[in-house]
Design a protein around this ligand. Sequence first.
Ligand SMILES: NC(=O)c1ccc[n+]([C@@H]2O[C@H](COP(=O)([O-])OP(=O)(O)OC[C@H]3O[C@@H](n4cnc5c(N)ncnc54)[C@H](O)[C@@H]3O)[C@@H](O)[C@H]2O)c1
Length: 304
Amino acid sequence: MGGWRAADIPDLTERRAIVTGANSGIGYHTALELARHGAAVVLACRSAERGGAALERIRAELPDADVTLAALDLADLASVRDFAAGHGARPLDVLVNNAGVMAIPRRATADGFEMQFGTNHLGHFALTGLLLPALLAAPAARVVTVTSALAWAGRMNFDDLNGERRYRRWQAYGQSKLANLLFAKELDRRIAGLTSLAAHPGYAATNLQTAGPRMAGDRLGERIMTMANRLVAQSDAAGALPSLYAATAPDARGGACYGPRGFQQRGLPTRVRTPPAAGDRETARRLWEASERLTGVTYETPAT
Ligand SMILES: NC(=O)c1ccc[n+]([C@@H]2O[C@H](COP(=O)([O-])OP(=O)(O)OC[C@H]3O[C@@H](n4cnc5c(N)ncnc54)[C@H](O)[C@@H]3O)[C@@H](O)[C@H]2O)c1
């Protein structure tokens, strides 16, 4: 895996990929590189305007690429259902569950879930389940779910998953990113016929860090994060490498998580350790069942 770069992505001609939150940051670069290597890529974006601008940028750089835009709001299960219905059962080779929000003040999704848990985990749980026929129609589909090193600080609070009794915005982010890991591993165990992996980018300068403080009216926090992004963070293109590795490298393994060494890419994405809680099968089963109940999406496979 040494020195792996976007240039090492294998040829993806005839492959179809969906990247959620592809209009900015890590998702944008993930979609760009998948398209550069020949995949037909759907940019699954909440905002038509920002998604359209990303589409134009990719088309300007890769005029022959097969890239399209489709509306997806992960904080609205009706939108998730419409998106999946629009895709239908056409074989889907790569799904990158990338979109996310971090440490924002308490907000509710259209279905009444806490926004970070609802967007980062439940929206992607529903999306993946609804796209399962398409994934299983591909010969060797991969699902990559983007987590964070902050999953180490996460704890699943099954008594109050939506932070109704007590809401701490960083705790809610940690819980949602631990849920991403639990989901990625459980999906790999439960569903034969696809490979599910997790990836985390390390620390990359994107909109993610400033959105939380801005929404909370925390100007100092916003300034500090803007400065840290400038001084410490790696680029968003570098932050996309673990997702790209998990999505395309022949030796990436199901159930594993890929990330940088430390919090910056130093030449290679590598298999990283995950928090002990992410490997707890009972917690994974509870989360899966809670997610089915909350979203109303069950994973139908030919065997079930
Ligand atoms: N940047 C980092 O340092 C870092 C570190 C760890 C993990 N991550 C993870 O990387 C992923 C990408 O984040 P990023 O850093 O590129 O930030 P970003 O803000 O640039 O990208 C997040 C994307 O998610 C989209 N999104 C948010 N809510 C959505 C919704 N309801 N429906 C559809 N799309 C929605 C946004 O529009 C945006 O395109 C996230 O899952 C984040 O948790 C990032």
